[in-house]
Design a protein around this ligand. Sequence first.
Ligand code: GCB
Length: 597
Amino acid sequence: MRKTFLTFVAFCLVVSAYANENLHPLITNVPNRTAKSLNGQWDYIIDRYEVGYYDYRLQPGKWGFFKDQKPKSESDLVEYSFEKSKKMFIPGDWNTADQELKYYEGTVWFRKTFDFSPEENERYFLYFGAVNYEALVYLNGEYIGSHKGGFTPFNFEVTGKLKNGHNFVVVKVDNTRHKDEVPTVNTDWWNYGGITRDVLILKESETFVRDFSVFLSDGKYNEISGWVQLDGTNLQTPVKVSIPELEEEVTINPDEEGKGTFSLKAKPDLWSPQNPKLYEISISVAGNSMREQVAFRHVEAVGNRIHLNGDPVFLRGICIHEEAPFRAGRFNSPAEAHTLLSWAKEMNANFVRLAHYPHNEYMVREAEKMGILVWSEIPVYWTISFTNESTLQNAQNQLEEMITRDKNRGAVIIWSLANETPVSDVRNRFLTKLVQHARKLDDSRLISMAMEKEYHDAFTPAINDPLMDIVDVVSFNTYIGWYDGLPEKCAKMNWKLPNDKPVVISEFGAGALQGYHGTKNQRWTEEYQEELYIQSVAMFDKMDLAGTAPWILMDFMSPRRVLPEIQDGWNRKGLISDQGIKKKAFFIMKEWYKKKR
Ligand code: GCB
């Protein structure tokens, strides 16, 4: 009986739905829309015991901090005060903003007050670029909705809820790690908490273009296609799409659902790393227009090569975490994205793997402007709960939010769905569903996942992952010379790789403390790292690869990295130190990529 009951409880847990509440379908092209920014100083209360949410019986309490109460008289009891609490600049991570929060994992309440004048007949949406990890959002004391997932945007409609004059938004942010979440409890990166990306109030007309896509028609160079999705009551309002530079304009008549498609004859200049040409497009509905900059290009896998615009391109890549140069912490600005990407370009890279989660939109847009191809991924990392249905829904939702936001970025050529996940039936089923979901959402890009190698015998590594059959690009991380022998081992490898699909090395590398010198056999020295890169590129020269992405551009913070005087909380595999100083191995990669042009 007891067993049956437990099985029932377990079943309930497994089928429990992954619930984001009250989200409005995601609005895209946000940087080009009319918005009021709520970035700036926010008040915050650190709530270790969640007293701002639960009462002493652990029930959601009536004293909730979201009400932002103030004592009405001298005798009134209110046990918190946003006014008297500390202030933090948003967007930002709390770990680097406040020494008290450096290692904090838990709940923080944020409050922003602002004046507003809602206009009649306009609609308003509260938009968050990203909040890590769970956000409960309140406006003027009223619950608006919730979102899980630390790296993707979400929005709520707040039309009619904004007041004329004083308003306040309160967000309960919780970055506690949980086994069944995405990512799970175990990661090799810092779990920066907070409202880490922009917060905006978007203003839209009654009927507006919520989402759209404009791209080169499949397999053609002289035709552009696209679709628009209206939101509002007049869903069949005609929409005009124009590309002034191509002297093209088309009017679309959406269906009852507000969706309309188009295609037009045009031969745009193609976007590529050599020519990162962007076209300004304008989309108007009922006299309101919106701009966007679009890259036209084709990407496909042909045999074991990746083709861009019909020609093979070798992915001269580098992995990057979303961490600020010259200081620790998350960044959320075009300038800091530009610095990181300029280093990648200086290394002669034409490709970045944005690890291990969707990076901020500035990063992807900046890469596109600079002519850098992008791999974008979701944090399905290591040992997430593959048996759990709500974990799958969560991963699917993050995938959907990533693709929805970035589908118009021609620079993005690969959606990657997982990193170093252990092969098993449940994992295979889980990831197969993600692959199917990704293809349904966007069949114009290559699908990949970072797999692991196995040895047939001492010197014969191979990829035996059955999911090789369903991805477009076979990628894997190899740490020969670091976790697996010494750098000299590279020379002995006799790789068995598939030759019917492009193969990309999605990670390899070694740790080195910048400025620490010694012999090439001495771990943690720049010389060891340099030797590993010398041996690795020599090995790659003997392999038939479509690209490589060393781990990693810059040292990054990770609580797993505890070795005193070397790591001190940093993963030191960067080719550049956290202070922006290049290590010797950087120049090995730079030279090799120069030859790979
Ligand atoms: C990996 C992981 C990456 C780690 C890296 C390392 O394989 O994908 O997230 O940071 O190794 O440094 O060990």
